[in-house]
Design a protein around this ligand. Structure first.
Ligand code: HEM
Length: 369
């Protein structure tokens, strides 16, 4: 058996096919890159747009840190002070909140379009897998950030979220059954959501997740540049466009327009005006849990099914969906783009219906009206 046929040899070949060292030069990564021009070309701008929103999150997040106090006694007051007394504070907070929503929305469209265009296929498995990791990281950003202002809804919603982790235990066999409880305890840090939880969520939100994101994003972008844009449609494009400077300039112009729209919305529309709960009701450990507590809109796709269907079923389906996403390069190796487009459209329809009409469906199922 030659060394290349051993498992180490195969692993090295897999990696050197995906990260050819001779392509690690500016000329190969940027200078020679061409972007196909066809009817789905607009989708090639989505990843860059997610990158832009991530940049806004990092910048505004750093500015918020100048005032935010991660303690149960001061967190709420510090956010209140920042919003009402610091010049530009409300704008920075609004930008952070609107850009978070915009990032998640764009990220989901990016995922669905790259799936529909078969962007996950060989040699782009690493791009895809790092993308799946970025999706999970982004949802973790949303979950941990929500607790930080330490208001009534945030703390209670976090409690419910953490309890659902624990609930998974009852469906696991043997020693595994205690794992979710231990995980919840590790995240929570004390018997009830309190200072230890806030400290952990703060550390995860502002240090752990940004560091992870930068590492995984670096891999994602390097792998995109090495392999160039995938063809995307069934018939190879007749025309291509130089990535540098033409595509990059268009990317930057789009970011400029989007920044203008985002800043206008953040200046004129306070984020919480879209929610039925007043944001600034500080958490009261002795108070009762407010009625109708809901997570942020980007968790509705799992929240409403959890309210209506058996817990184990929803968890099984979600775990299955994550598995299918992660294994997409293998599962859909031989699948045509027409089928992939149909699957992506089905997933998009589900996400849209559950996010926009989940509350009505829930009212119909539960209330019979
Ligand atoms: C923080 C999150 C993310 C950022 C900043 C990001 C950024 C980018 C950028 C700049 C590109 C190149 C331009 C484009 O094709 O749109 C790209 C390509 C790609 N991304 Fe992402 N991405 C993220 C998450 C994801 C996720 C969640 C997935 C899917 C699971 C994904 C899958 C892909 C694939 C397959 C490509 C290659 C597309 C092609 O070659 O046609 N990305 N990404």
């Amino acid at each position: 058996m030659s060394p290349e046929d051993t498992s180490i040899g195969r692993a090295v070949r897999f990696l050197s096919d995906r990260f050819p060292v001779d392509k690690l030069s500016f000329a190969a990564l940027v200078g020679k890159k061409e972007v196909p021009v066809h009817k789905m070309s607009w989708a090639y701008y989505l990843g860059g747009l997610v990158l832009f929103f991530f940049g806004i999150q990092l910048t505004t997040g750093l500015l918020l840190l100048f005032y935010y106090q991660p303690s149960v006694s001061d967190a709420h007051a510090s956010v209140d002070y920042l919003t009402h007394d610091v010049a530009g504070g409300a704008l920075i907070r609004n930008l952070h909140a609107w850009s978070c929503s915009a990032m998640i929305l764009t990220l989901l469209v990016h995922l669905l379009t790259t799936f529909a265009m078969k962007g996950f296929a060989k040699p782009r498995e690493v791009t895809w897998l790092s993308g799946v990791a970025l999706l999970i990281i982004t949802f973790a950003f949303g979950f941990t950030g929500y607790l930080l202002p330490w208001h009534q809804i945030a703390v209670n919603a976090t409690k419910i979220g953490l309890q659902s982790i624990e609930q998974v235990g009852q469906y696991l066999p043997g020693a595994l059954a205690t794992l979710p409880t231990r995980l919840r305890e590790a995240i929570q840090g004390e018997p009830s959501v309190g200072q230890a939880t806030l400290s952990r969520f703060f550390a995860i939100h502002v240090v752990v997740l940004p560091l992870f994101t930068m590492a995984v994003l670096g891999l994602h972008l390097l792998s995109v540049q090495i392999h160039g844009m995938s063809q995307g449609v069934d018939r190879p494009a007749d025309k291509t466009e130089r990535f540098f400077p033409f595509f990059v300039l268009k990317d930057l112009s789009l970011w400029g327009v989007v920044f203008f729209i985002l800043a206008t919305i953040a200046l004129c529309v306070p984020f919480e005006s879209f929610f039925s709960f007043p944001l600034f009701e500080p958490y009261d450990p002795l108070g009762s849990t407010p009625d109708g507590i809901k997570p942020e809109w980007y968790f509705y796709f799992v929240y409403y099914p959890l309210e209506m269907l058996p817990f184990w079923l929803v968890n099984l389906v979600m775990a299955g969906a994550v598995f299918v996403l992660a294994a997409a390069p293998r599962i859909f190796r031989g699948t045509g783009r027409q089928t992939l487009r149909t699957l992506a459209a089905g997933a998009a329809a589900y996400l849209i219906v559950m996010t926009l009409f989940g509350h009505r469906i829930y009212a119909m199922v539960k209330g019979g009206h």
